[in-house]
Ligand binder design. Structure first.
Ligand SMILES: NC(=O)c1ccc[n+]([C@@H]2O[C@H](COP(=O)([O-])OP(=O)(O)OC[C@H]3O[C@@H](n4cnc5c(N)ncnc54)[C@H](O)[C@@H]3O)[C@@H](O)[C@H]2O)c1
Ligand SMILES: O=C(O)[C@H](O)CO
Length: 325
């Protein structure tokens, strides 16, 4: 998994526009040729990576079918933590290195999670919408209470995924007075020290926050069965990946009062459209949606850009940094 020493590598960024313009993407500290595309459709991937040694992708999918047609590709530098858009097994079997960017958003994602928890617990958007619909204006009192308002302090947060973002979310949650549990992996035969069994986490939590990767084991981790185990007063926050949650089952749970609310930043298809059950029901007062921006504070994206380009420089120099395979 290395480059021929004499060659000047070509580096192609397939979705450059995922890095906002105010963020500086550092130059590589080694000789190279770089081509940036703001956006690449699935049909354009193979053509754009023909003869290319290094591909940068945030969310463009590099699956087996397209990788098979790219024998010169030596490195996929994922400009994200999640790498579920890459066929890792193919890369491992065919000598294609894959790097990702770890721990760059330990401020941004937890702040987004806690913001969603406060907004939902206090029903901020439901009240905002009531005013927009003229409810307050029709009322005689200085205030009115059409939605429950809960305290965040004292409530229990169950975190699924105890890596960089799970841990950082735990730290912030404790700072606002929440009790924190880490749930063991679903189906695990035993429970590690410091974890509670998966089902117990679901049952005890006032809020569940997902911070595990999307893979074969975690697809539809939260479905009808799991939602039914949660308290009817509880919230689900998903900033992990859309596929972790059965979206139709979640909408049903919100409509039937099986759980009290959900904050969702990630979707099975992105961008999602009105065929997505969550978008089709986004007027529900207890559903808060954001367009995959939990990672997106300027400082976090700058961290990401720096680490991304460092990973590539290291690879070209023959060093290993943040290698998944
Ligand atoms: N919404 C966003 O903007 C955003 C930003 C960054 C990351 N993410 C997502 O968050 C995920 C986690 O990021 P991170 O930096 O904490 O990654 P990480 O690799 O540091 O941590 C992932 C954790 O999940 C655990 N895990 C793996 N499989 C599991 C399973 N089946 N059940 C429970 N836990 C499991 C791992 O052991 C690890 O502790 C990423 O994979 C990505 O999908 C989203
Ligand atoms: O995985 C990540 O880092 C986020 O989804 C942003 O791409």
């Amino acid at each position: 998994m290395s480059l021929p020493t004499s060659a000047t590598p070509t580096v192609v960024f397939l979705d450059r526009a995922t890095i906002p313009t105010q963020i500086e993407l550092p130059e590589l500290a080694v000789e190279h040729k770089r081509i940036d595309y703001d956006f690449t459709s699935p049909e354009q991937v193979v053509e754009r990576l023909q003869g290319v040694q290094i591909a940068i992708t945030n969310k463009v999918i590099l699956d087996r079918e397209c990788l098979r047609q790219l024998p010169e590709l030596k490195l996929i530098a994922v400009s994200a933590t999640g790498f579920n858009n890459i066929d890792i097994d193919y890369c491992a079997d065919h000598g294609v290195a894959v790097t990702n960017v770890q721990g760059y958003a330990t401020q941004s994602v937890p702040e987004h999670v806690i913001a969603m928890i406060f907004a939902l617990k206090r029903n901020l958007f439901a009240y905002h919408n009531d005013i927009a619909a003229g409810e307050w204006q029709r009322n005689k009192q200085f205030c009115f209470f059409t939605h429950p308002i809960g305290d965040v302090a004292g409530s229990t947060l169950a975190i699924i995924g105890s890596g960089a973002l799970g841990q950082a979310t735990a730290t912030l949650a404790k700072a606002v007075g929440m009790k924190v549990l880490f749930a063991e992996r679903k189906g695990a035969p035993s429970c590690r020290d410091g974890f509670v069994p998966f089902e117990e986490g679901l049952q005890q939590a006032d809020v569940i926050s997902l911070h595990c990767p999307l893979n074969e084991q975690t697809l539809n981790l939260i479905g009808e069965r799991e939602l039914a185990m949660m308290k009817s007063s509880s919230l689900l926050i998903n900033t992990g990946r859309g596929g972790l949650v059965d979206e139709a089952a979640l909408v049903n749970a919100l409509k039937q009062g099986i759980i009290a609310g959900a904050g969702v930043d990630v979707f099975t298809q992105e961008p999602a459209d009105s065929s997505n059950p969550l978008l089709a029901n986004m007027s529900l007062p207890n559903l808060l949606l954001t367009p995959h921006v939990a990672w997106g504070s300027d400082s976090s994206i700058q961290n990401l850009a720096n680490i991304l380009m460092d990973n590539i420089t290291a690879f070209i120099k023959g060093e290993k940094q943040n290698c998944i395979v």
